[in-house]
Design a protein around this ligand. Sequence first.
Ligand code: HEM
Length: 404
Amino acid sequence: IPQPPDILSPEFEADPYSAYRILREYYPLLHDPATGSYLISRYEDVQRAFREPVFTNDHYEWQIEPVHGGRTLLRMSGHEHAVRRALVAPAFRGRDLREKFLPVIERNARDLIDDFRNAVETDLVAAFATRFPINVIVDMLGLDRADHDRFHAWYKTVVDFFGNLGRDPEITAAGLRVSGELSAYLHPIIRARRAAPGDDLLSTLCTAEVDGTRMNDQDITAFVSLLLSAGGETTDKVLAGIFRNLLAHPDQLAAVRADRSLVVAAFVETLRYTPPVQMIMRQPAEDVTLSGGTVPAGATLICMIGAANRDERRYDRPDTFDLFRTEVSAARAFSAAADHVAFGLGRHFCVGALLARAEVEVGVNQLLDAFPGIAFADGTAPAEAGVFLRGPKRLAVRLTPRGD
Ligand code: HEM
């Protein structure tokens, strides 16, 4: 029997998927001394942990609160969570998304691509993927577009904070400074929007009311901070991931070019094959029995999405990227009734899933239109980095511009 993997080791970060296979097969429930948590890796167990209310989000660790400057949806449960979620969720779907925010998404993709439209080589992560979702959020909030760079700097500091896992004290300190800076920036704007609300997302957050509850300035600032990391880093990494996966499979890239309805299928398969969120924490309120044993009440459970997504009990040829596979319903993939776990499931199902789909569809389509040829600059797929959130740090590509 192989040794249990150490999820904080460099070997794990270099190749988590081999470690996940060992975990699923030999240690479906593993108490991990390095993190003091229990790891679960089989699809069946992970989807139960997301769906069943006994697995709460109340107390898990990892300093999420201080970095956002307040409690966010991610840490709430029960009635409080339902009310807070109802305050913000409508802005991320339906008419608001289609009519107000789709034009914002299209404009931001175009503006970024304009900067390298005639280039023959670029890094798609630096030039596009890390900027696009942040610029979209800033514009959705109705903030000054001249502040895109300022938000990008905050975003990078928070990404580094989470990637650092507390190892380098300077990175920790810089991450913890962001919420103060963001509050100082936002509070006067929030005051102005309360006095004279507009048609933007920040005004919606200022005025929304459910069950007599409204958000105060600190709640709003913490939510904006959550949007930068939950909505920024995930979309950033998945955009890079789609291109990485498609460029590594030129036949599938050609199929997507020829039939753009396959962009969504490529997105859904990327969410399975290389999900940006690899792990999510839960805390069972009572003792719970899962494959491999019982988790005691109050323990921290690490639900390994990246492992569940390659579970051979659930997926045929799990280590093959195949956008034509049929095990996941693309029609339900962006709703809480999804039959995959990359956005979570149940009450905490990703609020931004439809926004992410709109960003990915627009971004991928515009890039394919702008460049009839895209290939890895050095011929091979770049490495991925990160343990809890994961994706390529760079994606150097050779481009054939359209030239008209
Ligand atoms: C929640 C993944 C894009 C905002 C979640 C959760 C996951 C996730 C796994 C569940 C957390 C849990 O159960 O504890 C992703 C992925 C994305 C993405 C893979 C892109 C491909 C976005 C975007 C936004 C967003 C674009 C908004 C701008 C949120 C929020 C929550 C959340 C606010 C908290 C929901 C709650 O706790 O009720 N996301 N996300 N996400 N996501 Fe996303």
